[in-house]
Design a protein around this ligand. Structure first.
Ligand SMILES: Cc1cc2nc3c(=O)[nH]c(=O)nc-3n(C[C@H](O)[C@H](O)[C@H](O)COP(=O)(O)OP(=O)(O)OC[C@H]3O[C@@H](n4cnc5c(N)ncnc54)[C@H](O)[C@@H]3O)c2cc1C
Length: 380
């Protein structure tokens, strides 16, 4: 059932994404999880139905879907496979800093690449700068009309395949976080190479790589916003990215719940009764549903605030934390309800549990979200 509380256009996208997931993602997810191969084909399919760069505004050739609609689609992808969802969602994450701070020329360049079918990346994290993003040590120095970038990024999603990316570097190391700036970098820039590829517990077919920057020269005009605004741009980007991660979490949790329901209705106990007939089991199913629906509504709330032009940083952190903790808990409960089959790689819930874990980590761990939430409450 599509969600009737959504607008007609959002319902259309939910149905489109649901059909897309059923047709293209679910049948392929298990095999790609085993091989870890990058699912390039899913981008090709997404292009055919206009879901490859949902965040790009209409004036730059994109569909310019509102953020509620985008999150509804991301949830459907998450239901099918969190690795594919992370990959497909990557174009959104990379587009946000350009939407937030790009000028017309930068938007034309960046969105032009995405609209013509390219992939985008967003590289903030470094070996010495994870939760403490202010510790970024990649340096950008102005040399005439060009910026010269040197440093190493890591855990950069899709960057092994990205055509264009936003890279955060320091233009004034003495100022730490206040000295960071954001740059648009095309993949063909000399000196930009892909280093080690991460082999991960979950979202295995999502591409996660090291990026090496050695005297990478880009035009002066590739600086997004002003010098020193990199941290602000990155944090605003994550405000939008985190509830999208939460949407993936809701998708994972809904899938785990659906799989558990099917199993407990079929599986018989020693007396020949379905497991679902036991109240202890039925109450677990009810608790899972309560968590999933609460998580979904927290996500919707964030994007409705955004569309209304209201602040949503705290709400984004709340939704990310609750939805991704829910994904982990509900997936683990589903594994438990399905017993040894749930623990087997023959069941989908084993993959759901591995995939859920990363949603609690990337785009700011859930501990960092608690810092954001408590900061809002205690500093005001
Ligand atoms: C699959 C994957 C894809 C990713 N994709 C991208 C990407 O595309 N672009 C990008 O820039 N980054 C990306 N990341 C990086 C990700 O955002 C970081 O891993 C994350 O922010 C955490 O940083 P860290 O791994 O360095 O952990 P650390 O900062 O080393 O933290 C380790 C632990 O300490 C806790 N901790 C740290 N500081 C505090 C504190 N002050 N109080 C309490 N607890 C604390 C953390 O919560 C965590 O549990 C990706 C990561 C993964 C795993």
């Amino acid at each position: 059932m599509v969600d009737k509380s959504l607008t007609v256009e959002q319902q259309r996208l939910q149905q489109l994404a649901r059909d897309f997931t059923k047709q293209h993602i679910i049948p392929a997810a298990g095999e790609y999880d085993k091989t870890g191969e990058f699912p390039m084909f899913i981008f090709e399919e997404a292009k055919k139905v206009g879901l490859n760069c949902m965040a790009v505004p209409a004036e730059y050739g994109g569909p310019g879907y509102d953020s509620v609609a985008q999150s509804v689609v991301v949830e459907e992808w998450g239901y099918g496979c969190a690795a594919f969802a992370t990959t497909l969602n990557g174009n959104g994450l990379s587009a946000y800093p350009v939407i937030i701070a790009g000028n017309a020329e930068q938007k034309k360049l960046f969105f032009g690449r995405l609209v013509s079918g390219g992939l985008g990346g967003f590289a903030l994290t470094e070996p010495g700068a994870g939760s403490d993003a202010g510790a970024v040590s990649t340096i950008a120095k102005l040399d005439g009309d060009e910026w010269v970038l040197n440093g190493t990024k890591c855990f950069a999603t899709t960057c092994g395949y990205a055509d264009i990316m936003v890279i955060i570097a320091s233009t004034d190391p003495g100022k730490k976080a206040k000295g960071l700036s954001a740059f648009v970098v095309e993949k063909e820039r000399e000196g930009l190479t892909v280093g080690a590829v991460e082999h991960k517990m979950g979202i295995r077919s999502s591409n996660t790589v090291e990026l090496l920057l050695k005297n990478v020269r880009i035009p002066k005009g590739h600086l997004l916003g002003k010098e020193g605004e990199g941290m602000k741009i990155a944090m605003k980007t994550l405000d939008l990215g985190r509830p999208m991660v939460a949407s993936i979490g809701v998708g994972i949790a809904q899938r785990a719940l659906d799989e558990a329901i099917s199993y407990v209705k079929e599986r018989l106990d020693i007396n020949g009764k379905p497991l679902a007939a036991h109240q202890a089991v039925a109450f677990k199913i009810a608790d899972m549903q309560i968590q999933v629906e609460a998580a979904r509504q927290l996500v919707r709330n964030v994007f409705r605030l955004k569309e209304a032009g209201l602040p949503y940083t705290k709400e984004a952190a709340i939704a990310k934390t609750f939805a991704t903790d829910t994904a982990m808990q509900v997936a683990a409960t589903a594994v438990g309800l399905m017993g040894s089959f749930g623990y087997s790689q023959d069941s989908i819930v084993e993959k759901l549990m591995r995939d859920a874990k990363v949603t609690q980590i990337y785009e700011g761990t859930n501990q960092v979200q608690r810092i954001v939430i408590s900061g809002h409450l205690l500093r005001s």
